[in-house]
Design a protein around this ligand. Sequence first.
Ligand code: PLP
Length: 459
Amino acid sequence: MGERFDLAEVLRVKGAQRYELHRDHLNPQLPRMLHAIGFDKVYTRADGAYLYDADGQDYLDMLSGFGVFALGRHHPEVRQAIHDVVDMGLADLTQFDAPPLAGPLAEQLLAKAPHLERVYFSNSGTEAVEAALKFARYATKRKRILYCAHAFHGLTAGSLSVNGADSFRKGFGPLLPDTAVPLGDLAALERELRRGGVAALLVEPIQGKGVAVAPPGYLAAAHDLLRRHGALLIADEVQCGMGRTGDFFAYDHDGVKPDLVAVAKALSGGYVPVGATLGSDAVFKKVYSSMDRVLVHDSTFGSNNQAMAAGLATMHVMDRDEVVANAGRIGDELRTRLAALAERYELIGDVRGRGLMIGIEFRKPQDRKLRAHWTALQLARKGLFAQTVVHGLFHRHRILTQVSGDHIEVIKLIPPLIIGEREVDRFVSAFADVLDDAHRGLALTKDFGRTLVRQARSN
Ligand code: PLP
């Protein structure tokens, strides 16, 4: 008999080579990019809103794994639910029974969207969107999907067809023949609807890229137009949903009732990948219209017990601990304090978002010296100033953030929804310190430049 599998041993032996192994066997550019900007840390532990390195130093995580750790990392009840479901030794994925935990999780999700009746479970955000696209096309017997400029809905072929950035699409065509309309532009939407053949408009109520918020009244008016033309409204709540904006669904804020809703990320509790597409009975009954069509849209791992258990535990904790209300309250406080900084630092152009989905946009300053510096960075690459801020926050203050998309001067904050005053204080004072430097001169940029050179040399 061979030795028992020992995960700790794999980590001990191979964990130290994680970047080299990634470079050699996975995406070669990821370690390269992380190394270039000095983000290639080895984190050994994570808890709540914090990551820890081997020296025990804490890093405040204002990114939450692109939004999956709404409850923070390793929430004890989600973790326990996964232990429990594995230890119960249930008959999972028989493919020929009704999965026992899918029904309860569907009930929980639908309680948050009482105008809808059915759920399709998959394994990721892009799959939740793919299902919505297919369901909308089948239910309306139309082909065209409208989407918003700058949208992001995932990177599989269908979702890529409704991606608002050429950099993602280039070279992967031909994709589905879909059409972009500017977010907030009702006239453009109506024009496209008049051209006919539109199955649905797919929209993020708050776009992940640049944290662009749909203007007040837009979603409701758009839904009206869509209805009049026999088309559906699909809300992509993969990032902005599950409480992030202070409402359970971001569309709740606008008082609309979308026909299809895509959910993923935070529903996983940060543990087991999951996607969910919520829809009406009418749409689902068209797609699954006969026994012959029972598997017409399906996924092997959808509704698996571990994902469902993680989802149920997440929903339970969210409700009991009033996590959504916390996101609204703390988000308001953080935005208010950041807006106050905007009065002090002319490089801050805008602070926007809702709840704990916040974008900070930088702008060309008036001051002559500052403006020359800004322009030089812009000439090198648009978005570089925001990158120097992200770099400063990380290297000086051990705070993880990101630039919110390619070639834009916006940083995005999507921290765990359980953060409190301590994290807000730490972020605001670190951000002020970094901006102090940015307004004083070139220290921030020089720091960034030094990292690039140092890291290039150590390659
Ligand atoms: N939709 C939105 C709004 C997203 O932000 C993302 C991912 O960032 C997706 C869909 C795709 O999700 P996934 O990466 O799980 O496929």
